[in-house]
Every structure is written in C-alpha cells, then in structure tokens.
Design a protein around this ligand. Structure first.
Ligand code: ADP
Ligand code: MG
Length: 702
C-alpha cells in the first residue's frame, strides 16, 4: 500500500532530479501524480502483422529484435539506435533518436512489442522513435489505449506510465467523495475504478466514462461552492429599499424612450432584490446597446430615494465619464447629487446649486472636499474607476455597488470593495451593500450557470426597437479603395469613423503602438489628406486618451485610429463606420464588441472587417447581430478557455472541457441544490466536504 500523501521524491524509483522536474508539472505527492490526467490517448490496442504496416499511421507490432546498435553521428551530434524486428510476416527497421540509454535495455533476441508511427526514407519503412516494451510483460506502454500526459523535460509519458503502473500494483486507498446515489443515478464509476480507467483503459469507453465522472465531480463541487456562497450571502444583512410604484412610474415615464420588455423585467428583478433584507448579488447580462445603463440608474434611483449611497465602478476613465454624463442627464430634475471620481477627474462633481447655472452640470472640487461629501452623505451616487475603492474613502451609507464590465476588474478588487463596505455599519448591526454586476459580454446560459452559479442573473436579451441593424461586410485588400471612398462619402454627410488595429497581446505592446502610429500616418497622408484623424492607443496616459476621446466626441476628428483600447462601451452616436483591420485575429465576441461602437445613433451604421480570406468564422458576424448567438458560436469554435481568456476562467480542467455539456451542468447543479437543501454544511458528507476544501485550495471562485 502506498500512502497518497507521500512525497513523490520518496518513492524508491524517483530521483531527486525527477522530483524537481515533476514539481514543474505541479506534482509533489503520489496523489498529485495519480491526479495528473492524460490529455489524450493513442489507440495501440490492435496488433498488426509487420507485412501490413503502412507509412504515416500508427501501428503496434510484436516480434523478435534480431539486431540492434547505437551509433553516434558526428555531424548532427546525436545518437541513433537502430534495430530490426521480425514477426514471421516481414522484418521492419526501428529507429530511436537521442535515446542512448536504450543500448542498455534493448537486448538482441528479445521479443518486443512496438507502438508508434511508421515513416519511410530511402531505405524503406521504419518505426520512428516508437514506444516499446518487452512482449512478455503486461502491456503498460503498448498494445492498448495508451494515455499521453503533458510532459516536461526529462519526464516522459512513458516514465509517468511506468510510475503509475508501480503505484497501482502496490495499491493505495482512496475514498469516494461522491454520494453513492449520484454514482448510481448517473452511471458513474467510483473513484478508484475511474482512476484505473483513466490511466489504464482497455477500451475507449472506459476512459470516456472516467472523464465524465471527474468532470461531473468538479462541476458538482463548483456548483456546491457557488450555491454555498449564494446562501451565505443570503444570511447577511442589507438595508431594504422599497421604491414607491408612483416614484418608479414617474422616473421611467420621463425617460426619452419606452423601456424594452427585458429592461422592465430586469428592473423588476432588481427592485425585488433591493426590497429584501439580505444583499442582492445579481449579474445583469446584456449585449452592447441593450440598455444596461438605465437599468442600473433605476436601481440607483431606488436607493437614492432613501438617501442612501450608490457606487458605480467602471473599468476606464472614459467609461466612468460616460456613465457620469448619462446619470446626470437621467437624474436632471431629481434631488440627487452625483460625483465622478477617477484619477484625473476626481475634481468634478454634480452639485445642486449648479443646475441653475448656464454652463451647469459639472463643478470641480478638491479631492478633500469630494471625500468630505462622500463621508457626510451629500453625494448620493459616486461614479468612478477603481479610484472609488481607495483606502481613504469613507462612505456615509453605501448600500448599492454597481460594477460595470466586471471581467475587467480583478476578483480581489471586488472582494475588497465588498469587504470594506462591510466594515461600514450603523453601529447596531453590520449591513452589506447590494451588488449588481453588469457585463456586456453576452454569456450563454449554461456558461453563466457554470461560472456564475453564485449570482442571480438578469438577461437583457432584447434590443431597443429603434435600433437599426449594422451592415457588416468582410472585405479584402481589393475592396480597400471602395471602402475608403465610402468612408469619405459618409464623412461628407457629417458622420465619423473608427479604424481598429489588432495586435493585442501585452508583449507586443510596442509593435501595436507602431502599427497604430504607422497606420494613422498612412491614412492621414495618403488616403484622407483632407480629413482630421485622431490616434489613440494603449501606451497613452489615460488623460491623453480621455482628451482624444472627448475631442472625437466633439467632432474635432473625423476618423479615430485606435488599437483595441476602445473595446469597452464608448458611446459616440455620430460615428457610423467601424473598420477593423486583420479581423481574423480577434475572437467573434470581441469583434462583436467593437462593432457595438457604432449603431448607437439614428443613422445607418456599417462595419467592415478586413481579412485575407472570408472565413466561415467571420461570416458568423455577417449573418448574426444577436450577441448571444455570436457568443454561442464563438464558444463552439474557440472553446471556453479562449472564450473567456485563460486568466478569467478559474475553472478546473475537466469541468472546463465539459463546459458546453449542458446536461452535465444542469445535473450537477440540481444535485448540488438538492444535497445542500438537506445538508447545507455537508455534515453528513465529510468526504465530500474534504474534497470541497481541497478543491477550494486549487480553484478560486468569485
Ligand atoms: P449598454 O447596455 O451597452 O450599456 P446603454 O445603456 O448605453 O447600453 O444604451 C445604449 C443606447 O440606447 C443609449 O443611447 C440609451 O439611451 C438607449 N436606450 C436604452 N434603452 C432604450 C430603449 N428602451 N429604447 C430606446 N433607446 C434606448
Ligand atoms: Mg454600457
């Protein structure tokens, strides 16, 4: 019996050097090795007569090693081990490169089993660096479904299989964390069997069912954790806000438009949450332009009516500024004070006395004065970047936190705000603020269930009626002239245009900058010499970006050349054209986000996607305007890891691979709910509880 907690370096066959390399793979204990799952399998299970092997495919053969020799080639400085294997039907050459140690283990006359790819050269067919083992042995490396592991220098799949084989032969004890009923109900193998199926499958079915089992387990744990977080949240205290029907009506009826059904529904869901004495924790998920701002504003309105404070956090200064302006407009004739606090805007505040002033709206103030107004409750709504969560800020009675574009903020910042706010209390009992997160990345329902199971979700899946569909076209180099003359035409009519350049990785920031500068110059000099072109890129200071955006807004530029920095919600209703260069480099969801920069006003808008070829993938954008549909396609094409970006996903591997498996997510969610209803603290399920603790150490959920 081997103790699973044993340090891997203390196994007799594992050297210190091996242990060090294993550490690179995150493997420290025997248990870690057992849970280092193969990422694919090769089917070596069929034995083929040597006379039937063909070039380019994988075959397994058994035969006698009739000759073997290891040579060193001087030119290329490698060793080549070459042998011949005969099985009665034919003889085949076998070649291994740079595996000089083979000369000690391969013995002439031995019967060996070989699995690998068949190649050919001038001397005919040969096996190129195949896996092999002595034929009399149990089949570990060949002659079956062979698992392939992620490897590191000096740790091969073969080495891992060899170790695992010894561990499984020595035996170990591992307890089953999943309840029996669940295993039975979903036909899942118990853990030990599943581990054997994964590492030593006899058939494809065996490893498939094992993978399913571990995916279920992980998703089940994700769901348990999410529901627990949700339930804990429900046990916290929050201030309850009840918005009078009359007030609500007064506010919504003064809006310059009629709310969509989805907006009304979301508002009711939020107002319903705000009435409760435990904090709301809700995600407002709606496409670009679906009208999230007014939903957020109605929530803030409900809180402001009771003279409590709301904070609205946006990821950039430009966005904060836009929210500030929208809110000032929406609350024009309300007795509500709004402040904008960012690093460069900390001086601006909305002040009641200023409303009468002719140049009304904004007044600059000192930071001290601003903070004072937050502290004494004069400011009802505070809008800003992460500047609003700096340590020296004290709130009078912060009761609602709205975070826009949540994925731009780190988890920690959110947690920090939540926690800081918890410290603010009325001296009697701690209250924590209601939380509303808004995201403009449409997230398909199953995904949000998997990722945001701890949040309630409101969907804005309906666009305001007056919206004109953006005409989208994939264009190639030969269309360039006609696209540019179309732009000139539109600008003559008074419209504006964006040109977006790719190269988005941070390591390429300099190149990105150069690309943008070059393109800006090219367009200014050669293409649009009579027009005014602005340039904005990620290396600029936020104040600079701010100024340029503002100038673009004020029509001081006709065209804005930009790197991907404008991705998030900039609203310039007069811009009707967006040109995206090398569009194929972006994901569909991101392109859809860019496209959302236009089509915000009353004029017909256009999106041109430059690409070398009109790929099927890009055609999705020509065909669909519904962000949820596009997200679904994007997810299908790129997979969830890419869809969210690796930094974002926080989910474990098996769960991640199965994220598009709706049934798996639903079943695990339902089972988690059922279990927690009868056993909220998992007292009756200690093994599951332990598994959850281990899981929490590895995975961090929001
Ligand atoms: P987003 O969800 O991208 O934040 P916004 O809240 O900025 O969308 O709304 C986009 C535009 O649509 C704004 O100009 C807003 O005034 C307008 N809008 C919002 N709701 C409606 C509606 N129900 N009918 C018409 N226009 C609306
Ligand atoms: Mg918005």
């Amino acid at each position: 019996m081997i103790n699973l907690n044993k340090k891997i370096g203390r196994l007799s066959k594992v050297s210190a050097a091996h242990a060090k390399r294993l550490e690179k793979l995150g493997i420290r204990t025997v248990s870690d090795l057992i849970f280092h799952f193969p990422f694919r399998y090769e089917d070596y299970s069929k034995i083929t007569p040597i006379s039937e092997i063909q070039e380019g495919e994988i075959f397994t053969v058994i035969g006698e090693l009739i000759d073997v020799e290891t040579k060193r080639t001087w030119k290329k400085k490698m060793t080549i081990t070459e042998g011949f294997v005969r099985d009665g039907t034919e003889t085949v050459r076998v070649v291994w490169f740079n595996q000089y140690y083979l000369q000690n283990s391969l013995k002439k006359g031995q019967s060996i089993r070989i699995s690998g790819k068949v190649a050919s050269d001038s001397k005919g067919l040969f096996f190129s660096s195949p896996s092999w083992e002595v034929a009399s042995k149990d089949t570990v490396h060949t002659g079956r479904m062979v698992p392939i592991y992620s490897e590191t220098n000096g740790i091969t799949s073969r080495w891992i299989r060899w170790q695992l084989n010894m561990i499984f032969e020595a035996g170990f004890e591992i307890e089953e964390p999943l309840p029996d009923e669940i295993l039975e109900k979903y036909n899942l193998p118990e853990i030990k069997k599943a581990l054997r199926y994964l590492h030593f499958p006899k058939t494809e079915d065996e490893y498939l069912v094992a993978q399913k089992r571990f995916a279920f387990e992980e998703m089940f744990l994700v769901q348990i954790k999410s529901i627990q977080i949700k339930n804990e949240y429900k046990r916290e205290n929050a201030v309850s806000f009840k918005l009078d029907k009359a007030d609500e009506k007064e506010f919504t009826e003064k809006l310059p438009f009629k709310l969509t059904g989805a907006q009304q529904r979301s508002i009711q869901e939020i107002l319903g949450d705000l009435k409760k004495t435990h904090p709301m924790n809700r995600l407002l998920n709606g496409d670009v332009g679906s009208g999230k701002t007014v939903v957020a504003a109605t929530s803030a309105y409900a809180v402001s009516k009771s003279k409590h404070q709301t904070v609205i956090m946006a990821p950039t200064e430009v966005l904060s500024r836009q929210h500030f302006e929208s809110f000032c407009e929406l609350f024009q004739d309300q007795d509500i004070n709004i402040g904008l606090l960012t690093n460069s805007y900390k001086l601006i505040t909305w002040d009641l006395q200023l409303r009468a002033a002719p140049d009304r709206l904004f007044k600059k103030t000192s930071r001290e004065n601003f903070l004072e107004k937050i502290k004494n409750g004069e400011l009802d709504i505070i809008i800003g970047t992460h500047a609003v969560i700096q340590k020296d800020i004290e709130f009078a009675n912060l009761s609602l936190v709205i975070v826009d574009e949540q994925h731009r903020f780190g988890v920690n910042q959110r947690a920090y705000l939540q926690q800081r706010v918890t410290e603010i209390n009325d001296g009697i009992e701690k209250k924590i603020p209601h939380f509303l997160t808004m995201t403009a990345t449409p997230i398909p329902r199953t995904l949000s269930m998997a990722f945001f199971g701890n949040l309630d979700i409101s969907l804005l899946d309906e666009m305001p009626k007056n919206r004109k569909e953006i005409v989208t076209q994939i264009v190639t180099q030969k269309d360039r002239d006609s696209v540019y003359s179309f732009v000139k035409q539109e600008i003559k009519k008074g419209r504006q245009a964006f040109v977006i350049l790719p190269l988005i990785e941070e390591s390429k920031a300099l190149k990105e900058l150069k690309a943008a500068v070059t393109e800006h110059e090219r367009l200014s000099k050669n293409i649009f010499p009579e027009l005014k072109l602005g340039l904005i890129h990620g290396k600029m200071k936020s104040q600079e970006k701010e100024d340029i955006m503002k100038d673009f807004n004020d029509k001081k530029y006709d065209i804005l050349v930009s790197t991907s920095v404008i991705e998030v919600g900039i609203d310039v209703p007069n811009s009707t054209i967006i040109i995206i260069e090398d569009a194929y480099r972006f994901g569909l969801s991101q392109l859809h986000q860019f496209r959302g920069r236009v089509g915000r006003g009353t004029h017909q808008s256009y999106c041109f996607l430059f690409s070398k070829t009109k790929t099927e993938r890009l055609r999705v954008l020509e065909r669909y305007t519904d962000g949820f549909k596009i997200a679904k396609k994007d997810l299908e094409i790129r997979g969830p890891g890419e869809f969210f970006g690796s930094r974002q996903s926080g989910l474990p591997d098996s769960a991640m691979k199965n994220i598009t498996n709706i049934k798996l997510i639903k079943f695990s969610h339902n089972e988690a709910e059922k279990l927690l209803e009868s056993d909220p603290k998992l007292k009756g399920h200690p093994l599951l509880s332990d598994a959850l603790k281990r899981f929490e150490e590895k995975v961090h959920l929001e």
